[in-house]
Design a protein around this ligand. Structure first.
Ligand SMILES: Cc1ncc(COP(=O)(O)O)c(C=O)c1O
Length: 346
């Protein structure tokens, strides 16, 4: 039952939301048993009861996604490219020998969760959104290193604030000696093991007052791969080209592919997925991090060894970065026309 009488009266200061767990009313839960996904349903219970032998607990057999629902000015609700998250989760499941969740089931689960928790969506104009966290975990009685006998697919949501409370602000980052993924490992899949590997370097970066870690390519440590849990992009000094790294150990960011499209089709830039050498950063006039959480984060500077390289400025946002941000957020919140298929109305 998801009638309005079941709903919590929400008392949230919409203008001061961060990125923290808030228990919302309903989450979607479906089991895979006997070779097929069973029909999922909404539940109020935010605690999973799973076997102590679950492969998700011991062998990291799990994957997840992150996407957002936005309240538009006309009161309608936008999901941004959920088919792309469904496809990426199918790829992550394939890499870890888990059963894929069909796209229709994935989008329907997201829709149900957004509708049932509609009262938790931050109002238009606050910069907030409803963050959705779909995940698949291997469960059931097991001990050997093998794929689980059963799986759970779930989607929960939390209201989150804008990444930048005071508008777009450049952030500094630092390279790390650690890798988040191996050259032919699981870097391109959104699986928990990559994030477990990133906790220590992330903490070290924060202790030194950097926003997060710049991960270099794990084989040679000469090329930029990712920025914490976001992809990297840069604009050449002549302002003509949008460049972003290409590598099998990078998570293929849906935001990055959206920016590649917008940079080319709406800003008229040349676009390139290629190599970004850490010792050739002076080719670029602007740089940024992009992702569902980071949206478009201008990069002030990068610390690499004893070198600190500033791109546009440590305090000002470059003009192309700002245009990309405005275009992307405008599409997500329904203020700008979206390319075909990018917006799914809830
Ligand atoms: C490691 C990593 N890279 C990049 C991204 C950005 O991907 P997306 O734009 O699909 O959110 C994320 C977040 O999902 C991430 O965790």
């Amino acid at each position: 039952m998801t009638g309005t009488h079941d709903r919590t009266v929400v008392d949230i200061d919409w203008n001061n939301l961060g990125f923290s767990y808030i228990r919302t009313d309903f989450r979607y839960l479906a089991h895979w048993r006997g070779g097929a996904w069973e029909t999922g349903e909404l539940t109020r219970d935010n605690v999973l009861h799973i076997s102590e032998g679950s492969t998700a607990l011991h062998y990291g057999q799990q994957c997840f996604e992150g996407l957002k629902a936005y309240r538009c000015q006309d009161g309608s609700i936008n999901l941004f490219r959920p088919d792309q998250n469904a496809a990426r989760m199918q790829a992550s499941c394939g890499r870890l020998l888990m059963p894929a969740v069909p796209t229709e089931m994935f989008i329907e689960a997201c829709r149900q969760v957004v509708k049932a928790n509609e009262h938790f969506i931050p109002p238009y104009g606050t910069g907030g959104s409803l963050y959705l966290r779909p995940f698949v975990i291997g469960v059931g009685d097991n001990i050997g290193v093998k794929s689980a006998p059963e799986f759970i697919f779930s989607v929960f949501c939390i209201p989150v604030g804008p990444y930048f409370k005071g508008g777009l602000v450049p952030t500094n980052f630092i390279t790390s000696q650690y890798d988040r993924a191996a050259p032919h490992g699981t870097g391109a899949a959104k699986v928990g093991g990559n994030y477990a590997a990133s906790l220590l370097p992330g903490q070290e970066a924060h202790e030194k007052n950097f926003g997060d870690v710049i991960y270099l390519d794990p084989a040679t440590h000469t090329k930029i791969e990712e920025v914490g849990s976001a992809n990297f992009f840069a604009i050449t000094k002549d302002g003509k080209k949008f460049v972003t790294p290409q590598s099998p150990s990078i998570l293929p960011s849906i935001t990055k592919y959206s920016l590649l499209h917008l940079a080319e089709k709406r800003l008229g830039l040349q676009v390139e997925e290629g190599e970004v050498y850490i010792d050739r950063l002076d080719e670029f006039g602007e740089a940024g991090a992009c992702g569902t959480a980071a949206v478009v984060t201008p990069i002030g500077g990068i610390q690499h060894g004893d070198q600190f390289h500033v791109f546009f400025s440590e305090t000002e946002v470059g003009p192309i970065t700002r245009r990309l941000y405005t275009e992307l957020v405008g599409i997500q919140t329904g203020d700008r026309e979206a390319p075909q298929g990018w917006i799914v109305k809830v």
